[in-house]
Design a protein around this ligand. Structure first.
Ligand code: ZN
Length: 155
């Protein structure tokens, strides 16, 4: 595994639409492993492939319950809404409130190519929506309701 270089706001790759994965080969598996390692190194709860410069529909998430690797994730159901604070590894030192569904169901392929469905509420729902948005070039600042002063949080 290797830590990959993060892409930051202003990099045009973050605004592009990622392509579906058609074949889960060793390159994709290495990408997933590297993304997990890069996420941990940067203390994130999720990471999308464009954030490491790869325009493929691949995300990883760990909300403290172990890593989940999702290929071609797609939201198939959502319910309710809640507003919570968000940040992004690609947008350092910025945080803000965003409205997300309280519950989502996401269809995806695991690294063995098996179709799976994950249901997330609260933090997991937020993470899934945030990372899937990255695959369509959408950043949380596009949906931000109110910016949170991050310096104040550190006092
Ligand atoms: Zn992000």
């Amino acid at each position: 595994m290797a830590i990959r270089q993060l892409r930051y706001i202003g990099d045009p790759i973050l605004r592009k639409r990622s392509k579906e994965v058609e074949e889960i080969n060793d390159r994709i598996k290495t990408l997933l492993d590297d993304m997990v390692e890069t996420m941990y190194e940067n203390e994130g709860v999720g990471l999308a492939a464009p954030q490491v410069g790869v325009l493929r529909r691949v995300i990883v998430i760990d909300i403290g319950e172990g890593p989940i690797k999702l290929i071609n994730p797609e939201i198939i159901f959502e319910e309710g809404e809640f507003i919570d604070s968000e940040g992004c590894l690609s947008i350092p030192d910025k945080a803000g409130t965003v409205k997300r569904p309280e519950k989502v169901r996401v269809k995806y392929l695991d690294e063995n190519g098996e179709e799976k469905i994950i249901e997330g509420t609260g933090l997991l729902s937020k993470a899934l929506c945030h990372e899937i948005d990255h695959l369509d070039g959408i950043l949380f600042i596009d949906k931000m309701i109110e910016e949170i002063d991050t310096e104040e949080d550190e006092e």
